[in-house]
Design a protein around this ligand. Structure first.
Ligand SMILES: *[C@@H]1O[C@H](CO)[C@@H](O)[C@H](O)[C@H]1NC(C)=O
Length: 345
Protein backbone atom coordinates (compact mmCIF):
# COMPACT_ATOMS: atom_id res chain seq x y z
CA UNK A 1 0.00 0.00 0.00
CA UNK A 2 2.73 2.43 1.03
CA UNK A 3 4.77 1.64 -2.00
CA UNK A 4 1.73 2.20 -4.11
CA UNK A 5 1.10 5.59 -2.56
CA UNK A 6 4.65 6.81 -2.87
CA UNK A 7 4.75 5.59 -6.43
CA UNK A 8 1.54 7.35 -7.27
CA UNK A 9 2.78 10.50 -5.53
CA UNK A 10 5.90 10.38 -7.63
CA UNK A 11 3.83 9.75 -10.71
CA UNK A 12 1.58 12.70 -10.03
CA UNK A 13 4.58 14.95 -9.41
CA UNK A 14 6.07 13.93 -12.72
CA UNK A 15 2.80 14.38 -14.52
CA UNK A 16 2.50 17.82 -12.93
CA UNK A 17 5.86 18.75 -14.40
CA UNK A 18 4.86 17.37 -17.75
CA UNK A 19 1.49 19.03 -17.79
CA UNK A 20 2.59 22.61 -18.23
CA UNK A 21 5.00 21.60 -20.88
CA UNK A 22 2.41 19.59 -22.73
CA UNK A 23 -0.34 22.16 -22.52
CA UNK A 24 1.97 24.77 -23.96
CA UNK A 25 3.19 22.48 -26.68
CA UNK A 26 -0.29 21.48 -27.63
CA UNK A 27 -2.20 24.66 -27.53
CA UNK A 28 0.15 26.38 -29.93
CA UNK A 29 -1.30 24.29 -32.72
CA UNK A 30 -4.63 25.60 -33.94
CA UNK A 31 -7.65 24.12 -35.59
CA UNK A 32 -8.27 24.79 -39.17
CA UNK A 33 -11.75 26.23 -38.87
CA UNK A 34 -13.98 27.70 -41.54
CA UNK A 35 -15.46 30.91 -40.15
CA UNK A 36 -18.56 32.95 -40.84
CA UNK A 37 -19.31 36.67 -40.69
CA UNK A 38 -21.75 38.01 -38.14
CA UNK A 39 -24.22 38.99 -40.81
CA UNK A 40 -24.21 35.53 -42.35
CA UNK A 41 -24.74 33.54 -39.20
CA UNK A 42 -25.93 35.71 -36.35
CA UNK A 43 -28.39 38.27 -35.10
CA UNK A 44 -28.72 40.51 -32.06
CA UNK A 45 -30.07 39.17 -28.82
CA UNK A 46 -30.10 42.22 -26.52
CA UNK A 47 -28.22 45.45 -25.92
CA UNK A 48 -27.83 46.09 -29.64
CA UNK A 49 -26.26 49.49 -28.98
CA UNK A 50 -23.58 47.72 -27.01
CA UNK A 51 -22.71 45.35 -29.85
CA UNK A 52 -19.94 46.68 -32.04
CA UNK A 53 -18.96 44.89 -35.24
CA UNK A 54 -15.68 45.29 -37.12
CA UNK A 55 -15.60 46.54 -40.70
CA UNK A 56 -14.99 43.03 -42.06
CA UNK A 57 -17.86 41.75 -39.87
CA UNK A 58 -15.71 38.95 -38.46
CA UNK A 59 -15.24 40.43 -35.00
CA UNK A 60 -17.93 41.42 -32.55
CA UNK A 61 -17.40 43.35 -29.36
CA UNK A 62 -19.95 42.87 -26.63
CA UNK A 63 -19.99 45.72 -24.13
CA UNK A 64 -21.35 45.89 -20.63
CA UNK A 65 -21.96 49.32 -19.15
CA UNK A 66 -24.15 50.64 -16.36
CA UNK A 67 -27.19 50.56 -18.65
CA UNK A 68 -27.03 47.09 -20.18
CA UNK A 69 -24.99 44.10 -21.20
CA UNK A 70 -25.30 42.68 -24.70
CA UNK A 71 -25.50 39.48 -26.63
CA UNK A 72 -25.95 37.80 -29.97
CA UNK A 73 -27.20 34.43 -31.17
CA UNK A 74 -27.02 32.31 -34.26
CA UNK A 75 -29.88 33.02 -36.64
CA UNK A 76 -30.51 29.31 -37.05
CA UNK A 77 -30.80 26.36 -34.73
CA UNK A 78 -28.64 23.32 -35.45
CA UNK A 79 -28.97 19.66 -34.73
CA UNK A 80 -25.40 18.67 -33.85
CA UNK A 81 -22.25 20.23 -35.20
CA UNK A 82 -19.16 22.18 -34.25
CA UNK A 83 -19.53 25.65 -32.73
CA UNK A 84 -16.63 27.87 -31.96
CA UNK A 85 -15.26 31.36 -31.44
CA UNK A 86 -12.03 33.02 -30.56
CA UNK A 87 -12.71 35.05 -27.45
CA UNK A 88 -10.81 37.73 -25.58
CA UNK A 89 -12.20 38.63 -22.18
CA UNK A 90 -12.18 42.03 -20.46
CA UNK A 91 -9.07 42.87 -18.45
CA UNK A 92 -8.65 44.74 -15.17
CA UNK A 93 -11.34 44.60 -12.54
CA UNK A 94 -14.02 42.17 -13.72
CA UNK A 95 -15.76 41.07 -10.51
CA UNK A 96 -19.45 40.36 -10.97
CA UNK A 97 -19.19 39.95 -14.73
CA UNK A 98 -20.16 36.86 -16.64
CA UNK A 99 -19.27 36.20 -20.24
CA UNK A 100 -21.15 33.21 -21.58
CA UNK A 101 -20.67 31.26 -24.78
CA UNK A 102 -23.26 28.54 -25.02
CA UNK A 103 -25.85 26.58 -26.90
CA UNK A 104 -29.48 26.38 -25.90
CA UNK A 105 -33.01 25.96 -27.19
CA UNK A 106 -34.61 27.49 -24.12
CA UNK A 107 -36.74 29.94 -26.05
CA UNK A 108 -38.34 27.15 -28.10
CA UNK A 109 -38.58 24.43 -25.45
CA UNK A 110 -39.17 26.25 -22.20
CA UNK A 111 -39.82 23.21 -20.05
CA UNK A 112 -37.65 20.69 -21.86
CA UNK A 113 -34.70 22.71 -23.01
CA UNK A 114 -31.18 21.50 -23.79
CA UNK A 115 -28.05 23.48 -23.03
CA UNK A 116 -24.25 23.35 -23.28
CA UNK A 117 -22.30 26.16 -21.62
CA UNK A 118 -19.00 27.85 -21.28
CA UNK A 119 -19.39 30.51 -18.57
CA UNK A 120 -16.50 32.77 -17.68
CA UNK A 121 -16.63 34.33 -14.23
CA UNK A 122 -14.89 37.63 -13.71
CA UNK A 123 -12.82 38.35 -10.66
CA UNK A 124 -11.31 41.08 -8.52
CA UNK A 125 -8.06 42.58 -9.70
CA UNK A 126 -5.10 40.26 -9.52
CA UNK A 127 -7.26 37.13 -9.32
CA UNK A 128 -7.69 34.79 -12.21
CA UNK A 129 -10.76 34.41 -14.35
CA UNK A 130 -12.44 31.09 -13.66
CA UNK A 131 -14.90 29.33 -15.88
CA UNK A 132 -17.33 26.51 -15.86
CA UNK A 133 -18.96 24.15 -18.30
CA UNK A 134 -22.37 22.62 -17.94
CA UNK A 135 -24.86 20.44 -19.76
CA UNK A 136 -28.62 20.09 -19.51
CA UNK A 137 -30.82 17.78 -21.53
CA UNK A 138 -34.59 17.94 -21.92
CA UNK A 139 -35.07 20.35 -19.03
CA UNK A 140 -32.96 18.38 -16.57
CA UNK A 141 -31.98 21.51 -14.64
CA UNK A 142 -32.29 19.72 -11.31
CA UNK A 143 -29.34 17.60 -12.40
CA UNK A 144 -26.61 20.19 -12.74
CA UNK A 145 -23.60 18.69 -14.40
CA UNK A 146 -21.26 21.56 -13.85
CA UNK A 147 -17.51 21.56 -13.69
CA UNK A 148 -15.37 24.53 -12.73
CA UNK A 149 -11.80 25.27 -13.67
CA UNK A 150 -8.99 27.74 -13.85
CA UNK A 151 -7.36 28.60 -17.14
CA UNK A 152 -3.68 28.00 -17.78
CA UNK A 153 -3.35 31.45 -19.39
CA UNK A 154 -4.71 34.97 -18.99
CA UNK A 155 -7.82 35.06 -21.24
CA UNK A 156 -7.79 38.85 -21.39
CA UNK A 157 -4.35 39.05 -23.04
CA UNK A 158 -4.99 37.24 -26.29
CA UNK A 159 -7.70 35.52 -28.25
CA UNK A 160 -8.16 31.83 -27.54
CA UNK A 161 -10.52 29.50 -29.33
CA UNK A 162 -13.36 27.99 -27.32
CA UNK A 163 -15.33 25.25 -29.03
CA UNK A 164 -18.18 22.85 -28.53
CA UNK A 165 -18.35 19.69 -30.59
CA UNK A 166 -21.79 18.13 -30.31
CA UNK A 167 -22.55 14.89 -32.10
CA UNK A 168 -25.22 12.25 -31.57
CA UNK A 169 -22.88 10.41 -29.21
CA UNK A 170 -20.23 12.75 -27.91
CA UNK A 171 -19.89 16.24 -26.53
CA UNK A 172 -16.43 17.77 -26.38
CA UNK A 173 -15.51 21.13 -24.93
CA UNK A 174 -12.25 22.48 -26.31
CA UNK A 175 -9.96 25.36 -25.46
CA UNK A 176 -7.73 25.92 -28.45
CA UNK A 177 -7.05 22.34 -29.44
CA UNK A 178 -7.02 20.97 -25.91
CA UNK A 179 -10.16 18.98 -25.16
CA UNK A 180 -11.09 19.84 -21.58
CA UNK A 181 -14.28 17.83 -21.12
CA UNK A 182 -15.81 14.87 -22.86
CA UNK A 183 -19.31 13.52 -22.35
CA UNK A 184 -20.06 10.21 -23.99
CA UNK A 185 -23.72 9.39 -24.34
CA UNK A 186 -25.03 6.21 -22.79
CA UNK A 187 -28.49 4.69 -22.57
CA UNK A 188 -28.91 5.43 -18.88
CA UNK A 189 -28.73 9.18 -19.58
CA UNK A 190 -31.94 9.00 -21.56
CA UNK A 191 -32.95 12.44 -22.77
CA UNK A 192 -30.43 14.15 -20.49
CA UNK A 193 -28.09 14.13 -23.46
CA UNK A 194 -29.01 17.18 -25.59
CA UNK A 195 -30.66 16.06 -28.80
CA UNK A 196 -33.01 18.80 -29.95
CA UNK A 197 -31.82 21.64 -32.24
CA UNK A 198 -29.96 24.37 -30.39
CA UNK A 199 -28.70 27.84 -31.25
CA UNK A 200 -25.32 29.33 -30.36
CA UNK A 201 -25.28 32.33 -28.01
CA UNK A 202 -22.74 34.81 -26.70
CA UNK A 203 -23.48 37.28 -23.91
CA UNK A 204 -21.92 39.60 -21.36
CA UNK A 205 -23.97 40.55 -18.34
CA UNK A 206 -23.97 41.82 -14.78
CA UNK A 207 -24.18 38.90 -12.36
CA UNK A 208 -23.25 40.94 -9.30
CA UNK A 209 -25.50 38.88 -7.08
CA UNK A 210 -23.48 35.67 -7.44
CA UNK A 211 -20.60 35.63 -9.89
CA UNK A 212 -17.70 36.52 -7.63
CA UNK A 213 -17.44 35.08 -4.14
CA UNK A 214 -21.17 34.59 -3.96
CA UNK A 215 -22.00 38.21 -4.67
CA UNK A 216 -19.50 39.75 -2.31
CA UNK A 217 -17.84 41.65 -5.14
CA UNK A 218 -20.19 43.57 -7.45
CA UNK A 219 -19.56 44.97 -10.89
CA UNK A 220 -17.71 48.25 -10.49
CA UNK A 221 -18.82 50.54 -13.31
CA UNK A 222 -15.90 52.83 -12.72
CA UNK A 223 -14.12 50.38 -15.04
CA UNK A 224 -16.87 50.29 -17.69
CA UNK A 225 -17.32 49.55 -20.47
CA UNK A 226 -16.33 45.93 -20.05
CA UNK A 227 -15.59 44.49 -23.46
CA UNK A 228 -15.59 40.86 -24.55
CA UNK A 229 -14.42 40.28 -28.10
CA UNK A 230 -15.52 37.41 -30.31
CA UNK A 231 -13.88 36.67 -33.63
CA UNK A 232 -13.54 33.93 -36.27
CA UNK A 233 -16.90 32.44 -35.40
CA UNK A 234 -17.64 28.95 -36.63
CA UNK A 235 -21.06 27.37 -37.14
CA UNK A 236 -20.62 23.93 -38.63
CA UNK A 237 -23.92 22.16 -38.53
CA UNK A 238 -27.16 21.69 -40.37
CA UNK A 239 -29.80 24.31 -39.74
CA UNK A 240 -32.83 22.53 -38.34
CA UNK A 241 -36.42 23.51 -37.78
CA UNK A 242 -37.02 22.65 -34.13
CA UNK A 243 -40.72 22.05 -34.63
CA UNK A 244 -40.41 19.76 -37.61
CA UNK A 245 -37.68 17.41 -36.56
CA UNK A 246 -36.52 17.23 -40.15
CA UNK A 247 -32.95 17.94 -41.06
CA UNK A 248 -31.97 18.64 -44.64
CA UNK A 249 -30.49 15.25 -45.50
CA UNK A 250 -28.01 16.57 -48.08
CA UNK A 251 -26.62 18.91 -45.51
CA UNK A 252 -26.58 16.21 -42.84
CA UNK A 253 -24.58 13.86 -45.05
CA UNK A 254 -22.16 16.62 -45.95
CA UNK A 255 -21.73 17.62 -42.32
CA UNK A 256 -21.24 14.02 -41.24
CA UNK A 257 -18.46 13.67 -43.80
CA UNK A 258 -17.00 16.99 -42.75
CA UNK A 259 -17.13 16.14 -39.05
CA UNK A 260 -15.47 12.80 -39.66
CA UNK A 261 -12.54 14.42 -41.44
CA UNK A 262 -12.07 17.55 -39.34
CA UNK A 263 -9.25 17.59 -36.85
CA UNK A 264 -11.49 18.44 -33.90
CA UNK A 265 -13.72 15.40 -34.44
CA UNK A 266 -11.38 12.90 -32.90
CA UNK A 267 -8.91 13.15 -30.07
CA UNK A 268 -5.36 12.02 -30.57
CA UNK A 269 -3.60 10.19 -27.73
CA UNK A 270 -1.58 13.34 -27.16
CA UNK A 271 -4.75 15.41 -26.79
CA UNK A 272 -6.24 12.83 -24.46
CA UNK A 273 -3.16 13.16 -22.27
CA UNK A 274 -3.47 16.94 -22.33
CA UNK A 275 -7.13 16.64 -21.28
CA UNK A 276 -6.23 14.36 -18.42
CA UNK A 277 -3.54 16.76 -17.26
CA UNK A 278 -5.77 19.80 -17.58
CA UNK A 279 -8.45 18.13 -15.50
CA UNK A 280 -5.98 16.90 -12.94
CA UNK A 281 -4.48 20.30 -12.44
CA UNK A 282 -7.01 23.03 -13.25
CA UNK A 283 -10.42 21.55 -12.45
CA UNK A 284 -11.54 22.59 -8.98
CA UNK A 285 -15.08 21.25 -8.99
CA UNK A 286 -16.87 18.48 -10.80
CA UNK A 287 -20.31 17.09 -10.06
CA UNK A 288 -18.86 13.63 -10.76
CA UNK A 289 -16.84 13.86 -7.52
CA UNK A 290 -19.53 15.57 -5.44
CA UNK A 291 -20.84 12.71 -3.35
CA UNK A 292 -23.10 15.02 -1.35
CA UNK A 293 -25.16 15.85 -4.39
CA UNK A 294 -24.62 12.50 -6.10
CA UNK A 295 -23.84 9.61 -3.71
CA UNK A 296 -23.63 7.52 -6.87
CA UNK A 297 -22.02 9.45 -9.73
CA UNK A 298 -24.35 9.81 -12.73
CA UNK A 299 -23.87 7.16 -15.38
CA UNK A 300 -21.79 9.27 -17.76
CA UNK A 301 -19.13 10.00 -15.13
CA UNK A 302 -15.78 8.36 -15.70
CA UNK A 303 -14.14 8.61 -12.32
CA UNK A 304 -10.40 9.21 -12.44
CA UNK A 305 -8.78 7.96 -9.24
CA UNK A 306 -5.99 10.51 -9.37
CA UNK A 307 -8.51 13.32 -9.66
CA UNK A 308 -10.69 11.85 -6.95
CA UNK A 309 -7.74 12.05 -4.58
CA UNK A 310 -7.70 15.80 -5.01
CA UNK A 311 -11.25 16.15 -3.78
CA UNK A 312 -12.69 15.53 -0.39
CA UNK A 313 -15.58 13.13 -0.07
CA UNK A 314 -17.76 16.16 -0.60
CA UNK A 315 -16.36 16.83 -4.04
CA UNK A 316 -14.77 20.07 -2.86
CA UNK A 317 -11.09 20.55 -3.44
CA UNK A 318 -8.70 19.57 -0.73
CA UNK A 319 -6.98 22.70 0.45
CA UNK A 320 -3.91 21.06 1.81
CA UNK A 321 -1.55 22.55 -0.71
CA UNK A 322 0.01 25.82 0.20
CA UNK A 323 -0.83 27.66 -2.97
CA UNK A 324 -4.49 26.85 -2.59
CA UNK A 325 -4.91 28.37 0.83
CA UNK A 326 -6.01 31.81 -0.16
CA UNK A 327 -8.88 30.37 -2.17
CA UNK A 328 -10.22 28.76 0.95
CA UNK A 329 -9.99 31.96 2.93
CA UNK A 330 -11.98 33.77 0.37
CA UNK A 331 -14.78 31.31 0.98
CA UNK A 332 -15.28 31.04 -2.70
CA UNK A 333 -18.80 30.23 -3.77
CA UNK A 334 -19.02 28.71 -7.18
CA UNK A 335 -22.56 29.53 -7.94
CA UNK A 336 -24.25 29.74 -11.30
CA UNK A 337 -27.44 31.14 -12.60
CA UNK A 338 -28.67 27.58 -13.03
CA UNK A 339 -27.38 26.24 -9.81
CA UNK A 340 -28.47 28.29 -6.87
CA UNK A 341 -28.49 25.24 -4.65
CA UNK A 342 -24.72 25.66 -4.38
CA UNK A 343 -25.10 29.01 -2.69
CA UNK A 344 -24.34 27.88 0.85
CA UNK A 345 -21.31 25.79 0.03
C1 LIG B 1 -38.58 15.16 -22.06
O1 LIG B 1 -39.28 15.68 -20.96
C2 LIG B 1 -40.69 15.67 -21.12
C3 LIG B 1 -41.31 16.44 -19.95
O2 LIG B 1 -40.79 15.97 -18.75
C4 LIG B 1 -41.17 14.26 -21.25
O3 LIG B 1 -42.58 14.23 -21.43
C5 LIG B 1 -40.48 13.60 -22.44
O4 LIG B 1 -40.82 12.24 -22.53
C6 LIG B 1 -38.96 13.72 -22.33
N1 LIG B 1 -38.33 13.27 -23.57
C7 LIG B 1 -37.66 12.16 -23.63
C8 LIG B 1 -37.11 11.83 -24.98
O5 LIG B 1 -37.46 11.45 -22.66
Amino acid sequence: MDTFHSLSRKASFISLLLSLHLLCAIHSAAFNVETVTFNKGFSHLFGEGNTIRSADDKTVQLHLNQYTGSGFKSSDLYNYGFFSAKIKLPAEYTAGIVVAFYMTNGDVFQKTHDELDFEFLGNIRGKRWRFQTNMYGNGSTSRGREERYYLWFDPSKEFHRYSILWTTNIILFYIDDVPIREIVRNDAMGADFPSKPMGLYATIWDASDWATSGGKYKVNYKYAPFVAQFTDLALHGCPADPLQEVVNSDCAAREDGQLASDDYASITPKQRNAMKRFRGKYMYYSYCYDTIRYPVPPSECVVDLAIRQRFKDTGRLKFDEKHHRHFKKRGEVMNTRNNRNQENV
